[in-house]
Design a protein around this ligand. Structure first.
Ligand code: CDP
Ligand code: CDP
Length: 216
C-alpha cells in the first residue's frame, strides 16, 4: 500500500458499535477518525433536499458528480460539506435513515465516497468505519475488523438512542446489493460486541494489531 498511511478498517452492520469503537480507538492511537457512512448520509440528504428520490439512479449519478463534496477534518475527525453547506444536523433524520441504503447502491456515489476515503488515508493514519472498508476500499490493509452484535442487541441500542431506524431493513439492503455489499472480508477478525463494552472491544483490536506486529 505505498500510497497510504496506516489504515485500520472497521466494518459491520448497523448499531454494532462501529462509530463508538472507531472514534475512541483513533483517539487512543492518535489516528484520524473517518466515518464513511456520514458521507453516504450527507449525499442522501442532499438528494432528498433537491427532490431527487432514492430510486432515481440516473439523476443521483448526475447530481453527485456535479456536487461540490468537500471532506475535511475537525478535531481529528472527518467532516463533510456539500456545496458549502454543513449537513451534520440532518445525517440521522428519519428520511435519511430510510433512503440511505438505496442511494448507496448507485455506483457513481460509491466511486466518489471511495476516493474520499483513500484521500484521507493518503494524508493521515486513519481508523475508518463503514461497510466495505476492508473488502473494497482498502483490501490490502492488515488491520481489518468486522464487528457484529445480535440483531436484538443492536435494535435495543438504537432504541436507547431514541432513534427511529429500521436497522433490519437497512442491513438486508446493504448485504444484498450488487455493488460492494456488506460482507466479512476473508482476512478480517470478527468480534461479537453483544456482551462487550466499547473499551473491551478496543482492547481486543489493539491486542490483535500488536499480535500482527503492526507499528502503533
Ligand atoms: O451508523 P450506522 O451503522 O447506522 O450507519 P452508517 O455507518 O452511518 O451508514 C449508513 C448507510 O450508508 C449504511 O446503511 C449503508 O447503506 C451506507 N454505507 C455504505 O454503503 N458503505 C459504507 N462504507 C458505509 C455506509
Ligand atoms: O456505528 P454503529 O451504528 O455501528 O454503532 P454506534 O453508533 O457506535 O453504537 C450504537 C450504540 O450502541 C451507541 O449508543 C453505543 O454507545 C452503544 N454501544 C454499546 O452499548 N456497546 C458496545 N459494545 C457498542 C456500542
Amino acid at each position: 500500500m505505498p500510497d497510504f498511511h496506516r489504515v485500520i478498517a472497521i466494518d459491520g452492520p448497523a448499531a454494532s458499535g462501529k462509530s463508538s469503537v472507531a472514534r475512541e480507538l483513533a483517539r487512543r492511537l492518535g489516528f484520524v477518525y473517518v466515518n464513511s457512512g456520514a458521507i453516504y448520509r450527507a449525499i442522501t440528504w442532499y438528494m432528498l433536499r433537491r427532490g431527487i428520490g432514492p430510486d432515481d439512479g440516473g439523476r443521483i449519478a448526475r447530481t453527485v458528480e456535479s456536487a461540490q463534496i468537500s471532506c475535511r477534518l475537525k478535531n481529528n475527525e472527518s467532516r463533510v460539506w456539500i456545496d458549502d453547506v454543513d449537513p451534520t444536523n440532518h445525517l440521522r433524520d428519519d428520511l435519511v435513515n430510510k433512503a440511505v441504503s438505496r442511494v448507496s447502491t448507485v455506483p457513481e456515489v460509491r466511486k466518489i465516497v471511495t476516493e474520499k476515503m483513500r484521500n484521507y488515508a493518503r494524508a493521515h493514519d486513519v481508523v475508518i468505519e463503514g461497510r466495505d472498508i476492508g473488502s473494497v476500499v482498502f483490501p490490502h490493509t492488515p488491520g481489518k475488523f468486522y464487528i457484529d452484535a445480535s440483531p436484538e442487541v443492536r435494535f435495543r441500542r438504537r432504541v436507547a438512542e431514541g432513534q427511529r431506524d429500521e436497522i433490519a431493513a437497512r442491513d438486508r439492503a446493504d448485504s444484498s446489493r450488487r455493488a460492494s455489499p456488506l460482507t466479512v472480508a476473508p482476512d478480517a477478525q470478527v468480534i461479537d460486541t453483544s456482551h462487550l463494552t466499547i473499551e473491551e472491544v478496543i482492547d481486543k483490536i489493539v491486542e490483535r494489531l500488536k499480535l500482527k506486529g503492526l507499528p502503533l
